[in-house]
Design a protein around this ligand. Structure first.
Ligand code: APR
Ligand code: PHB
Length: 389
């Protein structure tokens, strides 16, 4: 088989890139290790920056997002019994859209199918070969049968555990990592959200987040120990703990119900540099991970897709390599700012096992500054709604 861009990974990064390229007449093949149902079974953060919304529009995939997504003009932050609001629209003129990542992926799959784009599921043994030569190709197996795709470029969109990043030689690759000493226990429940805006809560018992998917589907998280297992937490124990971490008036009106999903995610900050090696370009979780506080994972993947898509367009439409040559540098400049924001917001909102009295005072001072200083709120809002591409 022959294509212009071989895309490894059928998560949101790979699919968005494929659809954008398709609209410009650039051919791609998407190789996905799992099935579509498996990919659509993963539940991840659901806050979309304007930049991602615009890309979805450009991909022709934004109709449902506009119809069903919830426009959020601000967010609530609580610590102890104090709660304050940061108004995104007032500070930046731009809201965010609350719309599940699973739905983004579903819309992208629907578009890919409608476009008749080539997607192979259940692929194994993907190997990217000759990325540093002019004879780049990808080999893989499907149901035990060996296959090969010759291509101009490879987009490594295969997430944190994929093969693309590992293809870059160790003497070229530089990795930066921070692992946090706690996780997030999350549940999904068919109950109305406790508040029409998200609540990020720093309590003496640890962090909590009240989020949502729609008017009758809520997503809640509590900071938990890394040794906890989802089954250690009954629904009752989860709701009890959540109520103790959010302001009393919110706890009083929290509607509880059975969880329809319960899982634990560890928190990690990770960046690999460079994001390009020869004809291979890394995109999304394949190149970087952020802790979920602030929901920058998917949005940062989207900014990579933006730079890569425009670079490839420039190459195919104008014969210029300038965009792909500057891809790694441009993508990383924005990645590091998203890393900084996610790290800062995580540090502000969580309780750390080794936190000293001094550290706690610093956290409160930082929260007080954010509550009372409009310049600080504006900076927070600019980061939350997404820095410019
Ligand atoms: N071959 C083919 N596909 C692979 C391989 C492989 N060797 N390894 C992984 N994959 C697939 C995974 O099964 C997954 O469907 O690549 C896909 C990568 O998808 P994601 O992990 O969702 O990564 P990405 O598309 O970059 O999306 C970033 O997803 O993980 C969240 O928080 C993250 O919101 C962010 C977004
Ligand atoms: C979510 O709804 O899953 C969510 C929202 C905001 C975050 C993280 C997760 O910061």
């Amino acid at each position: 088989m022959k294509t212009q861009v071989a895309i490894i990974g059928g998560g949101p990064s790979g699919l968005l890139l494929a659809q954008l390229l398709h609209r410009r007449g650039i051919d791609s093949v998407v190789l996905e290790r799992k099935t579509k149902d498996y990919v659509l079974g993963r539940i991840r953060a659901g806050v979309l920056e304007q930049g991602l919304v615009q890309l979805m529009q450009e991909a022709g995939c934004a109709d449902r997002l506009h119809a069903e997504g919830l426009v959020h003009d601000g967010t609530l932050i609580s610590y102890g019994d104090t709660m304050f609001r940061i108004d995104f629209t007032e500070h930046t003129g731009t809201p965010v859209i609350v719309y599940g990542q699973t739905e983004v992926t579903r819309d992208l799959y629907a578009a890919r199918e409608q476009a008749g784009g080539a997607t192979e599921f259940n692929v194994d043994n993907v190997v990217i070969r000759g990325a540093d030569t002019d004879a780049c190709h990808v080999t893989y197996t499907v149901h035990g049968q060996a296959r090969r795709i010759d291509c101009d470029f490879v987009a490594g969109c295969d997430g944190f555990h994929g093969v693309s990043r590992q293809t870059i030689p160790l003497d070229v690759r530089c990795e930066y990592e921070k692992v946090y000493p706690f996780g997030w226990l999350g549940i999904l429940s068919e109950t109305p959200p406790v508040n029409h805006e998200l609540i990020y809560a720093n309590s003496p018992r640890g962090f909590a987040l009240c989020s949502m998917r729609n008017d009758n589907l809520s997503r809640y998280y509590i900071q938990c120990s890394l040794s906890d297992k989802p089954d250690d937490w009954t629904d009752e124990a989860f709701w009890q703990e959540l109520k103790r971490r959010i302001p009393a008036d919110q706890a009083a009106r929290l509607v509880t119900g059975p969880s329809i999903e319960k899982s634990i995610a560890p928190l990690r900050s990770f960046v690999t540099e460079p994001m390009r090696w020869g004809r291979l370009f890394l995109c999304g979780d394949a190149a970087h991970i952020v802790p979920p506080t602030g929901a920058k994972g998917l949005n940062t993947a989207a900014s990579d897709v933006h730079y890569l898509y425009n670079g490839l367009r420039d190459f195919y439409e104008n014969g210029s390599s300038a965009g792909i040559d500057s891809y790694s540098q441009k993508a990383l400049a924005r990645v590091w700012k998203a890393e900084r924001f996610s790290w800062w917001f995580s540090s502000l909102m969580h309780r750390y096992p080794d936190q000293s009295e001094f550290d706690l005072k610093m956290q409160v001072a930082d929260l007080e500054f954010l509550r009372t200083n409009m310049a600080a709120q504006k900076a927070m809002a600019e980061n939350y709604i997404g820095l410019p591409y």
